[in-house]
Design a protein around this ligand. Structure first.
Ligand SMILES: C[S@@+](CC[C@H](N)C(=O)[O-])C[C@H]1O[C@@H](n2cnc3c(N)ncnc32)[C@H](O)[C@@H]1O
Length: 213
């Protein structure tokens, strides 16, 4: 289910800054040559990610779920000079394509691309993050939150994508992935370590700010 009326979506995109040519190319290539192109953030959400990153001006960003690199480049746009974005994906088949995109971007020296299972990669990261973007397998969203929360600085931000799951969060009989998203949304709502806003943008983005207790 498309959550936002198609004409409104089109109008919103027409009144949103254009993305860089590289991002247009990543989106075009992904639709033409890669499985499941719907996973890519796209123009409107990409500009939201870039805008949020510019507002935070992070030194360190962690992204869980690179896919074809679209959201990583958008988030990198807001990095401080000399900042670093670490992005993790388990799918090695996309590695060469994604490395070429990062090399063609202005952020190649700022992006560390790690192939592996995020559940194993995250505990080995010895970093404090200003911004984390959770966008990998939905059944592990709560696990990812638990793995990253102590690595986020007080006042830092976490974003989680697809938290409305095409509207299936309202289903009377939710399937396995939907139940995981429902559990994640409830967990965040109940967790005193974060303040949160569920933004109904595209497929839903949970925006969280870590508060000091
Ligand atoms: C929705 S896509 C990410 C889309 C991307 N962030 C964007 O907006 O363009 C989800 C990605 O998570 C990856 N993924 C799934 N399980 C993972 C895991 N356990 N560790 C790391 N990456 C994983 C998949 O391979 C897939 O590329």
């Amino acid at each position: 289910m498309d959550l936002i009326n198609e004409s409104i979506q089109h109008y919103a995109e027409q009144h949103t800054s254009s993305e860089a040519d590289l991002l247009k190319k990543i989106e075009r290539d992904t639709h033409a040559k890669v499985m499941m192109p719907r996973m890519l953030s796209g123009h409107l959400q990409g500009r939201v990610l870039s805008m949020i990153s510019h507002m935070i001006r992070p030194q360190r960003i962690l992204e869980i779920g690179t896919y074809t690199g679209y959201s990583a480049v958008c988030l990198a746009e807001g990095l401080q000079e000399g900042g670093k974005l670490i992005t993790i994906d388990i799918n090695e088949e996309l590695e060469d394509r994604v490395r070429d995109y990062f090399a063609a971007s202005s952020y190649n020296n700022n992006i560390e691309y790690k192939i592996g299972n995020a559940v194993e990669v995250i505990p080995a990261l010895n970093e404090t993050f200003d911004l984390v973007f959770i966008d990998a397998d939905k059944e592990r969203y709560s696990v990812y939150f638990d793995l990253v929360i102590d690595k986020v600085r007080n006042g830092g931000f976490i974003l989680a994508d697809n938290v409305l799951w095409s509207g299936k969060v309202l289903d009377a009989k939710p399937d396995k992935d939907t139940r995981a998203i429902l559990e994640f949304n409830k967990k965040i709502q109940d967790d005193p370590r974060v303040e949160n806003v569920l933004l109904p943008i595209r497929d839903g983005i949970m925006l969280m700010r870590k508060v000091s207790l």
